[in-house]
Ligand binder design. Structure first.
Ligand SMILES: [Zn+2]
Length: 282
């Protein structure tokens, strides 16, 4: 079985493509922005085979599906940030992206801190690989044992950047990677903390094809799995997913599962051609 990633096309000739970073190609084709008439809700799909990725048998398709976007996004951010196994790292937000970031960083061997609004997700964060959990509300950041060198921010709403770039949270020369897709401006009361401690704010967008394939292999090898809720790929299933997504009521990704479809006229024609070929071969 194969999958496509978030990037499903690029010119393959520009500097970014030649460097193997097709995610930054000026002519890239991204899910939701290009070829929108070909969504993911179908049982056939036309694509340049160079943008397909093989899914190993050890990875269940229902788990592989969310990894093609969320998994690729977080692992790409981790690799591009330069985080190493001996680093102390933080993940802000335990949602669709954050719960995967915790698993990747823990399997890499990092000292992982999970930051969440309240205490409610403490057990889950520790089970997914965090060594320390910080409930950030009401001055909780003050209780952090020591600052982190890399911080991956995966909340859907932007956090208090002044608090998260403070000396208490970020080590000098640390790197902050915002992953939230928020239309709001990036606000800091003072950027002196960025200058005086040489902090780096780094952008990251999904994974190039080489990194995407490493993400699939790494996930299969280490049993990294998204936590999912399955819904049927029917009108009702799609509507329920959309309604609950609006309320933020999902833990942590919906997977729409299609049932085997009834045979169609084209299938009957293909079967006849195949039978005719076999008879000829005999
Ligand atoms: Zn290109």
């Amino acid at each position: 079985m194969s999958s496509r990633g978030y990037v499903h096309g690029a010119d393959l000739t520009c500097d970014s493509c030649i460097r193997g970073v097709d995610t930054l190609c000026p002519n890239r084709k991204l899910f939701g922005a290009s070829n929108t008439q070909q969504g993911s809700l179908g049982d056939h799909y036309v694509i340049n085979a160079q943008f397909l990725h093989r899914i190993p048998d050890t990875l269940l398709l229902k788990h592989a599906a969310p990894l093609q976007c969320a998994g690729a996004t977080v692992l790409s951010a981790i690799v591009n940030s330069g985080a190493q196994p001996w680093d102390r790292v933080g993940v802000v937000g335990l949602g669709g992206l954050g719960h995967l970031a915790l698993q990747y960083l823990a399997k890499m061997g990092c000292d992982v801190v999970a930051f969440s609004g309240s205490d409610s997700k403490r057990d889950e964060a520790l089970r997914l690989g965090a060594k320390e959990f910080v409930a950030a509300k009401d001055g909780g950041l003050e209780k952090l044992e020591k600052p982190v060198k890399y911080l991956f921010v995966s909340t859907s709403v932007q956090p208090d950047w002044d608090a998260y770039t403070s000396e208490k949270v970020m080590a000098s020369r640390g790197t902050v990677v915002p992953l939230s897709v928020s239309p709001e401006p990036f606000k800091l009361k003072s950027y002196q903390s960025i200058i005086s401690r040489e902090l780096r704010i780094m952008g990251s967008v999904v994974a190039s094809r080489p990194l995407h394939r490493q993400m699939i292999e790494f996930s299969a090898r280490h049993g990294i799995q998204p936590i999912i809720e399955e819904l049927p790929m029917t009108e009702e299933g799609v509507n329920e997913a959309a309604d609950r997504l609006e309320k933020g009521d999902v833990r942590y990704r919906f997977v729409l599962v299609s049932s085997p479809r009834p045979p169609r006229p084209l299938d009957a024609v293909l079967t006849l051609i195949r039978l005719a070929d076999q008879r000829e071969a005999r």
